[in-house]
Design a protein around this ligand. Structure first.
Ligand code: NAD
Length: 452
């Protein structure tokens, strides 16, 4: 990569990375938030009452319920079936949505139904790929929770199923559909932080629930749980309620803090800068506090090298999760460039710019210092920080992500996070686990999507 160019070439240089991207963003107005007219138009489109998209939920736990609640906020979407391996969850569904909802422990009975257009897959991670492929091949559209796959090697079969069937497939990293992420992308493309050289992201928690110590239902037993169907392709074991109700703690079912949380940050970052992913992955960490039998660390640090692509220069990424953080409750994604930085959330962007004239132009600065008798007139400085905030009443990232999914189901509009995007977000997160457990550096080819 070329060195930082002189001032007159700077905009050309930035344009080089911006222009290769999908969006031709105009120069952003630093002082006023701009409306996203595209989204307003799409949101206004009418849906005929007799033209409902009928959905089914597979995995009716915490996120599955949140997904259905959000999906049903979109006009023309109707829940017709639900599947879970624990009877208590199915009871909750019929209580909430009525006895008319078809319920089953066996997801294949959902896939066999002609009245289901699309399924939400919100099971633990080890079932995502298998159910998604079978659903696509049964002619259903699929909204699959993140991470798309449990193991990197599972990704290509799912990508193939998406291609073979031509059905809509969307992974559930909803943050990338948010107004906050869209604004960050617009600012990035307009060169507002200069040349990207570093990014970082962080999740901090310190509560038992935040650290995955969920309640175990009192009636959990081999009668109320279809244990074999929970295990699926994972090793056979005697019934253990901890393993199903706190599945994130076990590597056979979950993907650790990186698969659970880093994957969101990858999705947002890749969307904002148009990246396909890193080539080098290194992770370290440890189990510092939540020693409850879990097999995964509660503190994880990941470092990633991103090579130059048409949409960004080479840069480094550092991600952290800390489940023992006394300050708790924070998460952020920060992009740092030669002229400023942005902190990005789903609802806000904090753009901070260097107030100096041109920190990189050493030559000009030297010349100015030599000219001792010149009047160094002070200048009007631009704002050091600009905060973009969503308008009141914003429906949120989750709504936007589902809106995009149903647009795709209805008229084939491409979704934000298809199987290829989902694979490129999941793989570096999963490679973190391999790096951590194998104590090695992982090399990933984001273009061909293979480990090297
Ligand atoms: N997008 C987000 O922000 C977000 C947030 C939380 C969770 N998630 C994802 O959602 C998924 C579910 O997480 P959760 O927190 O809801 O977990 P959960 O344990 O609350 O729910 C999972 C449900 O799946 C059921 N299940 C297990 N195996 C099944 C099978 N073979 N068939 C049908 N049901 C089965 C379980 O009984 C349980 O009710 C995970 O992949 C997780 O990563 C995404």
């Amino acid at each position: 990569m070329a060195e930082v160019p002189p001032r007159e070439d700077r905009r050309t240089f930035l344009r080089k990375f911006a222009a290769g991207s999908l969006l031709a963003a105009g120069s952003p107005d630093m002082l006023s938030a701009r409306r996203n007219s595209t989204r307003i138009l799409r949101a206004r489109r009418r849906v005929a009452a007799n033209d409902n998209i009928q959905i089914a939920l597979i995995g009716a736990g915490g996120m599955g319920n949140a997904d259905v609640a959000t999906a049903l906020e979109i006009p023309g979407v109707e829940l017709v079936a639900a599947c879970d391996v624990y009877d208590g969850r199915l009871g909750d569904i019929t209580e909430k949505y009525g006895a008319g909802i078809f319920t089953t422990r066996d997801y294949r009975e959902v896939l066999d139904r002609d009245d289901v257009d699309a399924v939400i897959v919100a099971t633990p991670d080890h079932w995502h790929q298998r159910i998604s492929i079978e659903a696509l091949r049964s002619g259903k559209s699929v909204y699959c929770e993140k991470p798309m796959v449990h193991r990197i090697a599972q990704g290509h079969d799912l990508i193939r199923a998406q291609e073979d069937t031509g059905k809509i497939f969307q992974v559930g990293s909803q943050g990338m559909s948010s107004l906050g992420n869209e604004k960050a992308r617009e600012l990035y493309l307009a060169g507002e932080i200069g040349e990207l050289n570093y990014a970082e992201g962080f999740w901090a928690r310190n509560s038992p629930i935040g650290a995955w110590q969920y309640d175990i239902p009192e009636d959990a037993s081999e009668e109320t749980v279809d244990w074999d169907r929970f295990l699926g392709d994972s090793p056979t074991r005697p019934f253990d309620p901890l393993r199903i109700f706190r599945w994130r703690n076990y590597r056979d079912y979950g993907t650790g803090v990186s698969g659970d949380l880093f994957v969101h940050l990858f999705s947002s970052l890749h969307f904002i800068v148009g990246s396909i992913g890193p080539t080098k992955v290194m992770a370290t960490g440890g189990l510092r506090y939540w020693k409850d039998g879990r097999e995964v660390p509660d503190i994880l640090l990941g470092m990633f090298d991103y090579p130059e692509t048409p949409t960004h220069p080479p840069f480094n990424l550092s991600l952290r999760v800390n489940f023992v953080d006394g300050t708790s409750g924070t998460t952020f994604l920060r992009l740092v460039g030669s002229e400023g930085a942005m902190d990005v959330t789903w609802t806000e962007v904090y753009l901070r710019r260097n107030r100096a004239v041109d920190p990189l132009d050493v030559f000009t600065a030297g010349k100015e210092a030599e000219a001792a008798f010149e009047y160094e007139r002070k200048q009007m400085l631009p704002p050091a920080e600009v905060v973009y905030t969503v308008e009141d009443g914003y429906m949120g990232a989750h709504f936007d992500h589902f809106f995009g999914f149903f647009e795709g189901v209805r008229d084939g509009t491409p979704v934000a996070e298809d199987a290829i995007f989902g694979m490129r977000a999941a793989a570096p997160a999963l490679a973190c686990n391999e790096s951590y457990f194998e104590e090695t550096v992982m090399h990933w080819d984001p273009e061909g999507m293979t480990m090297s």
